[in-house]
Design a protein around this ligand. Structure first.
Ligand SMILES: *Cc1c(COP(=O)(O)O)cnc(C)c1O
Length: 464
C-alpha cells in the first residue's frame, strides 16, 4: 500500500515516515549494490553499538561482515565519534587540489610510518576501486616518464579470481566472472595467471607445490610478455571477494622477487586486508614485502567514512616532477580526496590501534574463530573451510565426496546467511561460501554467537 506521504515533496514530510513506509520506499526507490532488487527484502539498520547493529524495530544482530569488511573498532565508538565531532567544529571539507589541511597531513605522515619501508608518498581518494585506479594510472604514466622511459610497458598482470573494485578500470584487472564479465568489451584485458590458492589446485597438492607451480606460471608470463608489463596487481595473502582464497606461504615473497628481477612494479591491494584483518597491520608484513604501491581503503577510517589512500615510493614520485609546462603532472583526483573529517577519524583509529594494542588483543578472538570454524569442517554439507586472521569461509557443497557443488541457482549461501539473521547474526556470503568477517573488536563470546548462528543457518538450509 503506497503511503499518502509518497506524493509529498517536503523533507519534513518524509522524516515522519514510519518503519513500514520506509521499507516500502526502500524497495521502491533505493537500488542496492550487488543486490537482485526483484528478490530484495528490506532490513533497515538504525543504530550500532560495538560489534552489534540494531534494526528499526530494535532487533539486535552481530555485524558478521563488519559492514562489508570495513568496520574495525565497532560501531558508535566514543573516541571515533569524538574525533569526527571535533573536526566538525573546524571544517568538514576543503579540496586537496593544490591545498591542504593539518589533519590530512598528520594522517599521511603516520601512514608512511606504519607502512612497509619506502612508501613515503600518499595519494588520497575516496574508495577502494579508486585507490587501485590511481595505482594503475600512476604505474602506466611512470613508464612513459621514467628515465630511461619504457613506454611499451602498458599492460597489467593480475591473478585469476581477483577483485579490485567494479569501476571500468578495475574490472579490467578483476577476475571474478560473475561480477565483471559482461563489461569485458568496455575495458582492457589484463594478462592473467590462475589463483595460487591451494583450494584452486588439483586435489592433494601441497602448499609448497602450489606456490612453486604458480610462481613458475608468473615467470612464464613475464617471459612471454617481456617489456610489455607495467605492473602486477594483486591482493596479498587472501583474495577476498573471489571466495576467501588463501594463498600458499611464500607466494607473495616470490612475486616480489620476480617483479624485482624483471623491474615490474608491484601494486598490492590491501583494501580488504589492511588494518589488521589478517592478524597483522598489513598482510604484506607477513612475508616481509614492500610493494611499489600499497592501496588502502575499507578499514582506513575504521569503517566510518569513505576514504582511500595509494601509497608509493620516491622513485615513482620523482618521475612526475618537472615544470607544469612539461605535463608530467598526475592529472587525476577526486573531489573528496583527503577529506579532513575522514582523516580525523582515520588518525584516531590508528591511535586506538596503538593505545589498545589491538593486534595483540584480538588474537584470542582469532583463535576462537579458527577453532569454531574448523569444527564445522565435518558437517555433511561443508566441503572446505578456510581461515586467516579475522576471516573465515565455510564452503557449502551438495555432496562432500567429489565434492559436488550445489546448483548456484539454489543460492544456498545467501539463504543460509538470511536464515542466520534469526539467530542474531548479519552475514554475507560469497557464492556458496558463508563468510564470517566481523569487526576486529569482537570478543570470543561474540565469535561463538556468530558461529552458532552460521551453523544454525546452514543446518536450516542444507540439513544437519
Ligand atoms: C572492496 C574491495 C575493493 C573495492 O573497494 P570499494 O571501496 O568498494 O571501491 C578493492 N579491492 C579489494 C580487495 C576489495 O575487497
Amino acid at each position: 500500500m503506497p503511503s499518502p506521504l509518497v506524493s509529498s515533496q517536503s523533507v519534513a514530510a518524509v522524516r515522519q515516515a514510519d518503519a513500514a513506509t520506509l521499507a516500502d520506499w526502500d524497495r521502491t526507490h533505493v537500488w542496492h549494490a550487488f543486490t537482485q532488487m526483484a528478490e530484495y527484502e528490506p532490513l533497515l539498520i538504525e543504530r550500532g553499538e560495538g560489534a552489534a547493529l540494531f534494526d528499526i524495530d530494535g532487533n539486535r544482530y552481530l555485524d558478521g561482515s563488519a559492514s562489508m569488511w570495513c568496520n574495525v573498532h565497532g560501531h558508535h565508538h566514543p573516541r571515533l565519534d569524538r574525533a569526527a565531532r571535533e573536526q566538525l567544529e573546524k571544517v568538514a571539507h576543503c579540496t586537496n587540489l593544490g591545498l591542504s589541511n593539518p589533519v590530512t597531513v598528520q594522517l599521511a605522515k603516520r601512514l608512511t610510518e606504519i607502512a612497509p619501508a619506502g612508501l613515503e608518498k600518499v595519494f588520497f581518494s575516496d574508495d577502494g576501486a579508486t585507490a587501485i585506479e590511481v595505482a594503475l594510472k600512476m604505474a602506466f604514466q611512470f613508464w612513459r616518464q621514467a628515465s630511461p622511459a619504457e613506454p611499451t610497458r602498458q599492460r597489467f598482470l593480475s591473478i585469476g579470481e581477483a577483485y579490485h573494485g567494479d569501476t571500468l578500470g578495475t574490472i579490467g584487472v578483476g577476475g571474478v566472472a560473475r561480477f565483471g564479465s559482461i563489461f569485458g568489451s568496455l575495458t582492457y584485458d589484463a594478462i592473467r595467471v590462475p589463483s595460487p590458492a591451494v583450494c584452486r589446485q588439483p586435489k592433494g597438492m601441497t602448499p609448497e607445490d602450489a606456490c612453486r607451480r604458480s610462481l613458475e606460471q608468473v615467470a612464464a608470463a613475464f617471459e612471454a610478455h617481456r617489456g610489455e608489463i607495467a605492473a602486477v596487481v594483486m591482493e596479498p595473502i587472501v583474495q577476498a571477494a573471489g571466495g576467501i582464497l588463501v594463498h600458499p606461504p611464500g607466494f607473495l615473497h616470490g612475486m616480489r622477487e620476480l617483479t624485482r628481477a624483471h623491474d615490474i612494479l608491484l601494486i598490492l591491494d590491501e583494501v580488504a586486508m589492511g588494518f589488521g584483518r589478517t592478524g597483522t597491520m598489513f598482510a604484506c608484513e607477513q612475508e616481509d614485502v614492500a610493494p611499489d604501491f600499497l592501496c588502502l581503503a575499507k578499514g582506513l577510517t575504521a569503517g566510518y567514512l569513505p576514504m582511500a589512500a595509494t601509497l608509493t615510493t620516491e622513485r615513482i614520485w620523482n618521475a612526475f616532477l618537472g615544470s607544469a609546462a612539461e605535463r608530467k603532472t598526475f592529472f587525476h583526483g577526486h573531489t573528496y580526496g583527503g577529506n579532513p573529517l575522514a582523516a580525523a577519524v582515520s588518525l584516531e583509529s590508528l591511535a586506538i590501534f596503538e593505545d589498545e594494542q589491538l593486534i595483540e588483543r584480538m588474537q584470542p578472538s582469532i583463535e576462537r574463530l579458527h577453532e569454531r570454524v574448523a569444527a564445522l569442517a565435518d558437517h555433511p554439507h561443508v566441503g572446505d573451510v578456510r581461515t586467516r586472521g579475522m576471516i573465515a569461509a565455510i564452503e557449502l557443497v551438495a555432496d562432500r565426496s567429489g565434492p559436488t557443488p550445489y546448483d548456484p541457482s539454489e543460492a544456498r549461501g545467501m539463504r543460509s546467511c538470511l536464515a542466520a539473521r534469526k539467530h542474531g547474526a548479519l552475514l554475507r556470503p560469497l557464492g556458496d561460501n558463508v563468510v564470517i568477517m566481523p569487526p576486529l573488536c569482537v570478543t570470543p563470546e561474540e565469535i561463538d554467537t556468530l558461529c552458532n548462528a552460521a551453523e544454525a543457518g546452514i543446518n536450516e538450509v542444507c540439513g544437519g
